[in-house]
Design a protein around this ligand. Structure first.
Ligand code: PMV
Length: 360
């Protein structure tokens, strides 16, 4: 498919007003997307676990305007209050997607949105937020075009979400989602994410992610700045090649259920992401001392307990602690006894693998 396939033909119906609500989850990458080309095309393929509890719920109410205005017409309510400072991001998003949703200037939209996780938790809401909004807009398109197939709906929702925030394209479906062209994954695309199409061992069907909030502040480096750091980065080419190789290896691990191999790939990906930031210009250290304390504790506990707990990181100091369902009691006890002390105000979020966005 190409971008052109997402430009709709003339719509078959006329709708004056309506409302759409979606709850869309966050996701955690196992092979990381870091670096992009123009139009939010990823520099390398990535794969993620869709989460369950960390989610954004968005309602879009729409009303047809009598005269098509020169600019987009919308209000934004975040957790019950108008939120002017989110509007420029939405406007940029609308500008990027208008050619694919030509009705955008024909309606006034009231967008009401809220997150299941605390606002200042250091948890990025762009993946869940942009995917929820993209899905609500696709629901309007479905009203205007009753011939839309479920497959096209999902692909286009992911395609649009990608234009809001790259990783958001992996938040439409569950439970294991892959984005970006990869020779070994049939149907993979740079334009949208797909449900991982290959064999998945049952051990990966129920996985836990306990998110340790080490630093609840604003992100030190925005994603936009971060991705840009990969332009002219001395290790960029090797890193992009490595992501392809890690995905090839993970494909085998997903089939075999080999957790030792899983851990090695996932932790190496997290550390490589941070290594890219430490070796770019300007350079950044996004881990905090407590991030390292947690990592060392996880390594020591894994060794002494013979469990398969491991960690991954986003572009920040928080730690995602990953473990299979069969080890949840022992690992959760360890988290409470030994890791929570390193969290800001003792805060953490218990999440698990989820099955994608839901229409409400
Ligand atoms: O979606 P963005 O542009 O905020 O980038 C997210 C990048 C990482 O979270 C660090 C990695 C990933 O693949 O999700």
């Amino acid at each position: 498919m190409t971008e052109k396939d997402f430009i709709p033909d003339a719509y078959s119906s006329v709708i004056n007003k309506g409302k759409a609500t979606y709850k869309s989850p966050s996701n955690i990458a196992l092979v990381k997307y870091w670096g992009k080309k123009e139009n939010q095309i990823p520099a390398n393929p990535s794969i993620s676990f869709t989460l369950d509890a960390c989610a954004t719920t968005t309602t879009v109410s729409y009303r047809k305007l009598n005269v098509k205005p020169s600019d987009f017409s919308f209000d934004l309510i975040f957790e019950g209050k108008p939120k002017e400072d989110f509007k420029p991001k939405i406007k940029t998003f609308f500008n990027r997607i208008e050619q694919y949703l030509p009705f955008l200037k024909e309606y006034h939209f009231s967008i009401e949105t809220s997150n299941s996780f605390p606002h200042s938790s250091g948890i990025a809401s762009s993946a869940s937020g942009m995917s929820a909004l993209a899905l609500c807009l696709m629901e309007i398109e479905r009203e205007l075009n009753s011939n839309l197939t479920a497959d096209h709906f999902n692909k286009k929702a992911s395609f649009l979400a990608r234009l809001g925030s790259g990783s958001a394209c992996r938040s439409i479906q569950g439970d294991l989602v892959q984005w970006g062209d990869h020779a070994g994954i049939e149907g993979s695309s740079d334009l949208y994410a797909v449900k991982f199409p290959n064999e998945v061992h049952p051990i990966f069907k129920k996985y836990h992610d306990t998110i340790l909030l080490v630093d609840k502040g604003q992100k030190q480096v925005s994603s936009t700045v971060g991705h840009d750091l990969m332009h002219n980065h001395p290790f960029a080419k090797n890193r992009f090649d490595q992501a392809h190789e890690n995905l090839t290896k993970l494909k085998l691990v997903f089939a075999s259920g080999d957790l030792d191999e899983f851990i090695e790939i996932v932790e190496s990906e997290a550390l490589t992401l941070h290594a890219m930031m430490m070796t770019s210009l300007p350079y950044f250290v996004l881990m905090k001392p407590n991030t390292l304390q947690i990592i060392n504790k996880i390594w020591a506990f894994r060794e002494s307990s013979n469990t398969h707990v491991c960690f991954t990181l986003d572009a920040g100091a928080n730690v995602h602690v990953l473990y299979p369902e069969s080890e949840k009691e022992i690992v959760y006890q360890f988290i409470k006894d030994e890791l929570v002390a390193f969290c800001e105000n003792g805060q953490y979020l218990c999440d698990r693998i989820g099955f994608g966005a839901k229409k409400m």
